[in-house]
Design a binder for this molecule. Structure first.
Ligand SMILES: *Cc1c(COP(=O)(O)O)cnc(C)c1O
Length: 377
């Protein structure tokens, strides 16, 4: 968080909501909460501390740098950096900070042994390819891998990991099942050599929708932050009850009358069909509101939803508050979440994502990174 806020909009993080989501998702021992990319925009350290307080025993981060930041902040839990492509420096940092890095390809096999020294054993995971076709070893690599690792007692494999490509799509169930089978086979081969290796496959969608994908440890990300991987689909109820942890507010900085036929904002994209009242709100594409949402979004003002009109500017956007004559400068408008009147639902990251043709992950990362964050409990 910067000491000087450059923009008046605020990203509010409800850590208690994240803790409730965590508890809802299962036993702490069976979960490795994913807090990569600054905890999906919610803030790496505050989220790690909150989840640790709720019982989390391990964390998945993106980079070894994120892992090092957690260690420096005193986090003692097991930490797995998920992102591949680790440089030699990354491997050294992972070892120095006692992270649990993943071997994902032949390059890693060259770098990893350089990182254990003075007879210290580096615990590692092995990333397997089962259907993402991105990174990871295949089952046929296991004999060579086993031979290689046996010759290097400084590396101790303790975790096998793979990633589901479409667990959020019930219509792709056959593909998910093939990944579960491939992972089962891989783990059997591996556990013939290292019987105590733990297995981790499921993301949020797998954890909630495919119990057979849970194995020993699931890795929920989006569900922790309140996203339902099955939103809008026939499995939607499986993600019911999760609570969004992020809301975003911005002050009203002006209230203006627009006469019939007058336009507002750049490009004159909106012309008033009748006399109306606009609130000018201090949020824009520089604070995470995509310009492509111009004229296609709503904001919450005085507990009610109002349509945004005209082009979204860099730091301002306008909304039609004709029906809310009490609106004044310094009132609060909500881009995500916020207090709504009975019968009114706040804007969610899911809704914003749907309007924009993307997924809530992107909305959360963007809003969290582009606004000053403040924390409740
Ligand atoms: C991001 C990520 C997850 C979490 O996925 P969600 O869909 O957010 O639950 C799990 N595993 C890996 C390897 C990831 O990169």
């Amino acid at each position: 968080m910067s000491e000087t806020a450059f923009a008046p909009s605020l990203c509010r993080i409800d850590l208690a909501a994240l803790q409730r989501n965590f508890v809802r998702l299962g036993e702490p021992a069976s979960l490795m909460p994913v807090i990569k990319n600054d905890a999906y925009g919610h803030g790496l350290l505050p989220v790690a501390r909150a989840l640790a307080a709720a019982g989390a025993r391990r964390f998945a981060v993106g980079t070894p740098g994120e892992g090092a930041a957690l260690r420096q902040a005193g986090i003692k839990q097991e930490i797995v950096p998920l992102l591949g492509g680790m440089t030699l420096e990354d491997w050294r940092s992972a070892a120095a900070h006692s992270l649990l890095p993943l071997l994902a390809d032949g390059e890693d096999l060259k770098k990893a042994p350089a990182c254990s020294w003075h007879d210290r054993v580096l615990r590692v995971g092995i990333k397997f390819e089962t259907g993402m076709n991105r990174l990871g070893f295949r089952r046929q690599d296991i004999p060579d891998l086993a031979e290689y690792l046996r010759a290097r007692p400084c590396l101790e494999p303790v975790l096998a990991l793979s990633h589901l490509a479409c667990a959020d799509m019930p219509e792709e169930n056959a593909y998910s099942q093939s990944q579960i089978r491939a992972f089962t086979a891989v783990c059997e081969s591996l556990r013939a050599v290292w019987p105590s290796v733990e297995r981790s496959l499921a993301n949020s969608a797998g954890l909630l929708g495919l119990p057979e994908s849970r194995f020993d440890v699931s890795r929920p990300g989006i569900a922790l932050y309140g996203g339902n991987p099955f939103a809008g689909g026939r499995w939607e109820r499986l993600g019911a009850g999760l609570e969004w942890g992020m809301s975003v507010s911005a002050p009203v900085i002006g209230v203006r009358r627009l006469r019939t036929g007058q336009s507002v904002s750049y490009g004159r994209a909106f012309t008033a069909p009748a006399d109306m009242t606009l609130a000018v709100i201090a949020a824009g594409y520089a604070t995470g509101v995509a310009r492509a949402l111009s004229g296609r979004m709503e904001v919450l003002v005085h507990g009610r939803r109002v349509p945004q009109v005209g082009r979204v500017c860099m730091g301002m956007l306008m909304a039609d508050v004709t029906g809310l004559p009490q609106t004044r400068p310094a009132d609060t408008a909500w881009l995500l979440g916020g207090p709504a009147e009975p019968g009114v639902s706040p804007v969610t990251a899911q809704e914003t994502a749907d309007r924009l043709g993307t997924i809530p992950y992107e909305i959360l990362c963007r809003m969290g990174a582009m606004n000053t964050r403040v924390y409740a409990p």
